[in-house]
Ligand binder design. Structure first.
Ligand code: ZN
Length: 124
């Protein structure tokens, strides 16, 4: 059996990932690894840098963040991901219906980390 790796959650290939409560956007794609910068680099002036292999394995913090992570981030992003998936699968549902369906399955503590309904529906 394979040893379980610590994995990052890939939101968009070669663009955005979540690891350990922080979101990262791609910084540099190198031959054997990818360097990611904190998604709060501008808003929080965060210097946080994460490095992973090209297959997103072995995530290593290279530069520490200047702020706390959000443990609900992954739940929230997964819910958004699920919404987007449903939009393309069930074309008969409206964004409002899909938002309501998915948000029902989001655990209570994560709801506070959710952007408001209007903001979220705009991405659908
Ligand atoms: Zn950061």
């Amino acid at each position: 059996m394979e040893v379980e790796n610590i994995e990052v959650f890939v939101i968009k290939e070669n663009e955005k990932i979540i690891f350990n409560g922080y979101a990262y956007t791609v910084h540099h794609i190198l031959a054997s690894c990818i360097r990611w910068k904190c998604s709060n680099k501008i808003s929080k002036k965060c210097p946080g840098i994460l490095v992973t292999f090209n297959d997103y394995k072995n995530p290593t913090i290279e530069v520490e963040h200047s702020h706390a992570g959000d443990e609900n981030l992954e739940t929230v992003e997964k819910a958004k991901f699920e919404m987007l998936k449903r939009v393309s699968t069930f074309s008969t549902s409206t964004p409002s219906q899909i938002f309501a369906e998915v948000i029902n399955q989001v655990p209570e503590p994560a709801l506070t980390s959710f952007e408001n309904e209007e903001t979220t529906k705009r991405i659908l």
